[in-house]
Write a new protein. Sequence first.
Length: 141
Amino acid sequence: MTDDDLPRMEFAFSGPLRDQLVAAVLSGAKTTTSALMIGYEADGEPLPEVGARRVVVDSRDQPVATIEYTDVRVVRLADVDLRHVIDEGEGDESVAQWRAGHEEFWHSPEIRAELGDPGFTVDDDTEILAQRFRLVDATTT
């Protein structure tokens, strides 16, 4: 399978946040990410598996790296641990700080529209897909 055949990994939405997250992946600061399980369920998208690879795209929709999953687990939002938070590479120094930022993103109009639920909200029992990955190649073109 060539990089052209790999599924895409889009961090956040195109724009400054995606650019920041992609830069963190490329620098090695970001080795984990989080997603709402309800998003996978709504899209009918299969969960990533350990060993699977994805092509990371930037805000211009250009491939910039290949990552490989090293751990994938479903956890309650209340059970996200500090190691995962720090390894997200976004500068959060506590789980509470990480959660506040992620709740703001997950409660955004864009996420609610994507989920088709204008009143969507998260709580302690919301299932999160905690994904750990390694940077395989930062020169895919």
